[in-house]
Design a protein around this ligand. Structure first.
Ligand SMILES: [Ca+2]
Ligand SMILES: [Ca+2]
Ligand SMILES: [Ca+2]
Ligand SMILES: [Ca+2]
Length: 460
């Protein structure tokens, strides 16, 4: 695994970012084995797989052109891409994720129209190509401050939904989160007479301070199959800001009726309430047991000082999950002794399951792997999908991966009868033969069973 770092040089005049990649060497990084690019980026880049060869590529606007460029991973060549008409928004929340249910990652761009209003462009992958914006969506009309887009299967129907946090006024006294065009899934952030709101993003922050845009971090905290979120909220009449857990619950009012679900804030989680001055909160499976824990970053004693807190998820419902990681199945040069390579986790794979819930109803769930990579999006390299209290097998699990330009057939694989509480490591190998022989290693992570290999090969 390599490490890409963006940085502002000391005493910089312009806000252009320099980029350096440290090349991974098995288990280590050598600080001298690096590449520094001679181009600067206007914003943090998006890591995606533009040419579908399962080697990550780097997308962004550089000082060489106003058009987006892609740096192809592997041969490190630059190419102008996308005949984009609009300017990219800074900070962006672009994403590389399947948005039309064909298991092939599409490109979601946050842009500005010619009249400088924020908008969203969806460049669908058609036959392996991103040739034009399939459609452009305007921001919600009343939204003054637009936060970072997040993606989750919010209603659990097997298709990605777009979640957009933001504010209707400059100070975020009226904050809201909208679901795909544009259903409010939470608008009321008041508790016991105090109004809370998102923390407005300040472009003109002192250079020494990190400006963090309004961001949701997604994870299914209680494994009921409906993704929840973590957000940072500020007391609009005081100064305290804290991390809050937003639980995805059935909709109980008219405004979210079309979504069927909404967010409910957990105001009284004492562990989170104790961390004052929180700036980022995200999910992480600390114990590698399939249950998502929480990491919170808070302001320390001085301005540039931060403290990291970890919170164990003590949620003890008898809920089940499946944890999936999709690798590239590539070796760095030659695969020695013809072993099947593992490779590393990839941006862009899409995962979907179907099962039957405890009441006998069909239930789907889905997630994209590593769909966003800039501005502390802090996505996990794997996905944990909650299954609720049903111990039923997963009837189907589908995994789709990006494919090269011009290739028409979708690269998708299917497994059946997966045991709940499994960890699946999906290795598309060879990835260039559609529907060939992706392998899947299945580990059972349930009660005190030590990882048991149920290695399984699937062919179609
Ligand atoms: Ca690539
Ligand atoms: Ca797609
Ligand atoms: Ca959905
Ligand atoms: Ca949930």
């Amino acid at each position: 695994m390599d490490v890409l770092l963006t940085y502002l040089p000391k005493n910089h005049v312009k806000d252009e970012l320099l980029v350096v990649i440290f090349w991974g060497q098995n288990q280590t990084l050598n600080p001298h084995n690096k590449t520094v690019f001679n181009r600067t980026f206007y914003d943090e880049p998006l890591i995606m797989d533009f040419n579908g060869d399962l080697i990550p590529d780097i997308f962004g606007v550089t000082n060489m052109s106003s058009q987006p460029q892609i740096l192809i991973g592997g041969n490190l060549s630059w190419h102008p891409v996308l005949n984009a008409q609009s300017k990219m928004r800074i900070p962006h929340s672009h994403a590389f994720i399947d948005l039309n249910k064909d298991f092939t990652a599409d490109l979601f761009l946050t842009t500005e129209s010619s009249s400088s209003t924020f908008q969203f462009e969806i460049w669908e992958n058609k036959d392996g190509n991103f040739s034009s914006a399939s459609y452009i969506i305007q921001k919600p009309q009343n939204m003054k401050l637009v936060g970072q887009s997040a993606f989750a299967d919010f209603d659990g129907d097997g298709q990605t939904d777009h979640l957009l946090p933001g504010c209707e006024d400059e100070n975020c006294q009226r904050s809201a989160i909208y679901l795909s065009q544009w259903i409010p899934v939470i608008q009321d952030f008041s508790y016991k007479g105090t109004v809370w709101g998102f923390v407005p993003f300040n472009h003109e922050q002192l250079p020494a301070e990190i400006a963090i845009p309004i961001t949701l971090h997604i994870g299914d905290y209680n494994m009921d199959g409906y993704p929840d979120a973590l957000a940072i909220l500020r007391n609009t009449s005081g100064s305290n800001q804290q991390a809050f857990l937003l639980e995805n619950v059935p909709c109980n009012n008219a405004s979210c009726e079309k979504a069927g679900r909404m967010f409910k804030v957990y105001w009284e989680l004492s562990d989170l309430n104790q961390i004052k001055g929180a700036v980022v909160a995200t999910f992480f499976d600390i114990y590698e047991d399939g249950i998502l824990d929480i990491i919170v970053l808070s302001k320390g004693y001085t301005k540039n000082d931060f403290a990291i807190h970890t919170l164990k998820n003590n949620f003890e419902a008898d809920a089940y999950f499946v944890k999936v990681i999709v690798l590239s199945g590539l070796c760095s040069n030659d695969c020695p002794r013809k072993i099947t390579p593992f490779g590393v986790n990839q941006p862009g794979p899409y995962i979907m399951y179907t099962t039957v819930d405890a009441n006998g109803y069909l239930k789907n769930g889905s997630a994209g792997q590593l769909s966003q990579s800039a501005h502390l999006s802090l996505q996990l390299p794997y996905n944990v999908l909650g299954l609720g209290r049903s111990a039923n097998f997963l009837d189907h699990l589908y995994v789709g991966i990006p494919r090269p330009l011009g290739e028409k057939a979708i690269r998708k694989q299917e497994w059946t009868a997966i045991i709940p509480n499994s960890q699946l490591i999906v290795i598309p190998y060879p990835h260039n033969v559609p529907r060939s022989s992706h392998r899947c290693l299945c580990f059972y992570l349930g009660n005190n069973w030590h990882i048991t290999l149920a290695g399984k090969e699937s062919r179609q």
